[in-house]
Design a protein around this ligand. Structure first.
Ligand code: NAP
Length: 244
């Protein structure tokens, strides 16, 4: 296996941390990026304890300047980034009728613009290497819509469009770009939902269980692998069958 360097955004917890762990277990060097440095350090210690190689890199996906500077620093510390997992994401739910412009644009800024800028930051290095993997963590709701999440759904649907466009632009350079659309995954993001909402969700999941961060991480490791080299522009549903 060729050892690569992977940068995972939102790697301090939840799906991002699981992705970083699975990429490290596959033998890659991982750069863990998010805002909270303490949590990143903890995550890096956990990965190193399992024999992986991990570096930490503070980044704020809501800030174009932070993204540019952080990617520069990550490359200086870890070398060219071969695998980018655009995982960081936020929600600010509310019905469209009353949604503040700031709550709409800030979610788009972090989830979509942030992912675009991170991809732009690593592209030159990937082009030079003539090898790259960009994996965007979108969402099942980006495919099916969801009342109360106009901002989040728009950002995730946008990520799917971005994935297909980057796939076309970068294919000739040996870079694949794919999206994963998780269903309901048990993390901090979904822990805030009421039992009633969770019960309703469970009823529409044919596999009759919520997903785990590791379910997404396994797909990320696959899409990052040599074996997935002929897959690009794909939207991989990891949702227990809740949307087909
Ligand atoms: P989570 O537990 O809330 O973790 C979010 C991660 O993103 C954290 O590491 C957080 O770290 C980071 N983050 C948030 N804002 C950031 C910013 N401005 N700059 C840099 N990092 C930032 O979320 P999760 O459930 O693991 O979700 C991960 C991804 O999967 C998200 O894109 C989410 O939309 C998507 N997803 C989740 C589910 C689900 O059911 N959980 C379903 C579909 C899709 P800091 O706070 O330290 O920055």
């Amino acid at each position: 296996m060729t050892k690569r360097t992977a940068l995972v955004t939102g790697a301090s917890r939840g799906i991002g941390l699981a992705c970083a762990k699975s990429l490290a277990a596959a033998g890659h060097k991982v750069v863990l990026a998010a805002r909270n440095l303490d949590k990143l350090e903890h995550a890096a210690v956990a990965i190193r304890a399992e024999g992986g190689e991990a570096l930490v890199q503070p980044i704020d996906l809501a800030s174009p300047e932070s993204i540019q500077e952080s990617i520069k620093q990550a490359i200086a510390a870890a070398g060219p980034i071969h695998i980018l997992v655009n995982n960081a994401g936020v929600t600010k739910d509310g019905l469209s009728m009353r949604m503040k412009l700031e709550d709409f644009t800030s979610v788009i800024q972090t989830n979509l613009t942030g992912a675009f800028l991170a991809a732009q930051g690593v592209m030159p290095g990937m082009m030079k290497e003539r090898w790259g993997r960009i994996i965007n963590i979108a969402s099942v709701v980006g495919e099916m819509g969801n009342a109360g999440q106009a901002n989040y759904v728009s950002s995730k649907a946008g990520l799917i469009g971005l994935t297909k466009t980057l796939a076309q632009e970068l294919a000739s350079r040996g870079i694949t770009v794919n999206a994963i659309t998780p269903g309901f995954i048990e993390t901090d993001m979904t822990a805030v939902l009421t039992d009633e909402v969770k019960e309703k969700m469970l009823n529409v999941i044919p596999l009759k269980r919520f997903g785990k961060a590791e379910d997404i991480a396994a797909s990320v490791a696959f899409l990052a692998s040599e074996g997935a080299g002929y897959i690009t522009g794909h939207v991989l549903r990891v949702n227990g069958g809740m949307y087909l």
